[in-house]
Design a protein around this ligand. Structure first.
Ligand SMILES: Cc1cc2nc3c(=O)[nH]c(=O)nc-3n(C[C@H](O)[C@H](O)[C@H](O)COP(=O)(O)OP(=O)(O)OC[C@H]3O[C@@H](n4cnc5c(N)ncnc54)[C@H](O)[C@@H]3O)c2cc1C
Length: 399
């Protein structure tokens, strides 16, 4: 059977691939999006706890991790959070700011996915699911303007531009695969080491012994590692610790690094305890701590780290030790939960191999990489979707 000829083929019907299809389709390019999954946009569906945190009011390049911190600037400035907000407004979808500029859909995440699929259809682009890509072959000059041949379980295709939008390795159950990295390798593009990020930590057994009964309990904390700090909720889980501040700091943690947790951010505990020793000498440490921490946590900390004494029984040295322990807790980490629960993959296709204006591979004309597959990862809070929208859109302008 003869090969189908398309202007643009995009592999991956996720956030970046759909945005690329919208822009290319609006430019009257004949666009086909291929995905091996049964449904498009699986991660959009599960994002933001079911309410898609689709962008952030405060998108800044310093909210992204990459070997080249400048790479993301061009795309983020050409398709901004305001452009995506305008799209959401055009469809009349209600949304709200949760905290720190994070914009969440009021409706289920499906509303955002439906909006994108509507835009894809309006732009005349097509999405074809359950399509396994078997091979990609560069075509010789005689086939111009067609540059790439794709062999799939649904037939053979020739395209002028090929966009890889297959995302990272996190959540294989959502369709994640290492396919994008294999394509990069095939075309001689460097791939930087990848790790699971925005991911909960697991704790070593002796630490888990006292934290596991606290599972489900959350408390405000400041977490620091390798000169970075995040303040927010820390959630105790069956396996270790999670919650927004934990996920954020996980992107800066590598095996063997020390994580430091301030369980009482904003309180000078040693000053406070010394004052209480004068004002309320009979009050117990457990009671004092439960005035600033959830009582189950205060009790567990007292049992695990200290002996529960009254304020008058505490020496200066003991007070300082208590303050040190609670402001600088160093949980014994065994690792992370890995790609099974990670929100993103750190690392990926080296941005040095790509044009920051178009996302085209410098070594392979007509081949583009967009979204999470490349070495650009955002903080928690809508930054990752904004990268997918921005990088997808700028590629869509030229493919
Ligand atoms: C549980 C969860 C919640 C999240 N919540 C948020 C949030 O609220 N806000 C935010 O900004 N970010 C969030 N993220 C991160 C965000 O989802 C990703 O950064 C973003 O989806 C990346 O977009 P992408 O298009 O690059 O990849 P993806 O959205 O992962 O899309 C990749 C597509 O490629 C397809 N694919 C993969 N391999 C192949 C192959 N071999 N052949 C064909 N198709 C293939 C997949 O099926 C998928 O459809 C969340 C992630 C997770 C896991």
């Amino acid at each position: 059977m003869a090969a189908q000829q398309r202007d643009v083929i995009i592999i991956g019907a996720g956030a970046a691939g759909l945005m690329c299809a919208i822009n290319a389709g609006q430019r009257q390019r004949d666009v086909l999006v291929l995905d091996h999954a049964r449904k498009a946009g699986n991660k959009i569906m599960v994002s933001g706890g079911g309410r898609c945190n689709f962008t952030n009011y405060y998108i800044e390049p310093n909210r992204y991790l990459s070997k080249n911190p400048h790479f993301c600037k061009s795309a983020l400035s050409r398709y901004t959070q305001w452009d995506f907000i305008a799209l959401v407004d055009k469809h009349g979808l209600p949304y709200h700011e949760k905290e720190e500029g994070q914009l969440f859909s009021d409706l289920k995440s499906k509303a955002i996915l439906d909006m994108l699929l509507q835009e894809v259809a309006d732009a005349g682009a097509q999405v074809q699911l359950k399509t396994e890509i078997e091979s990609i072959t560069p075509l010789d000059k005689r086939a111009a303007p067609y540059r790439y041949q794709l062999t799939t379980n649904q037939g053979t295709y020739h395209c002028q531009s090929l966009v890889i939008a297959t995302g990272g390795l996190s959540m294989p159950t959502m369709g994640a695969s290492g396919f994008g990295y294999q394509v990069a390798e095939q075309f001689g593009l460097r791939i930087l080491p990848r790790t699971a990020a925005l991911v909960p930590f697991t704790l070593q057994p002796e630490e888990k012994n006292w934290t596991e009964p606290l599972s489900g309990l959350s408390t405000p904390a400041t977490l620091s590692c390798n000169t970075m700090s995040f303040t927010g909720s820390l959630l105790f889980t069956h396996r270790g610790i999670s919650g927004p501040a934990v996920l954020q700091i996980s992107s800066y943690w590598q095996s063997g690094d020390t994580l430091e947790v301030d369980l009482l951010p904003g309180l000078e505990l040693d000053e406070h305890l010394k004052q209480l020793r004068q004002d309320r000498p009979k009050v117990e440490l457990k009671t004092v701590l439960s005035e600033h921490l959830p009582s189950r946590l205060a009790k567990a900390l007292c049992e695990h780290f200290f002996t529960n004494k009254t304020m008058s029984e505490l020496s200066n040295a003991q007070i300082e030790e208590i303050a040190q322990q609670l402001h600088h807790w160093q949980p014994k980490i065994s690792g992370t939960e890995g790609y099974r629960t990670a929100e993103v993959t750190l690392g990926g296709v080296d941005t040095d191999e790509l044009s920051s204006k178009t996302m085209e591979a410098k070594k392979a004309p007509g081949l583009y990489f967009v979204g999470e597959v490349m070495d650009v990862s955002g903080h928690l809070g809508g930054f990752n979707f904004q990268w997918a929208w921005s990088s997808g859109w700028v590629a869509g302008e030229v493919v």
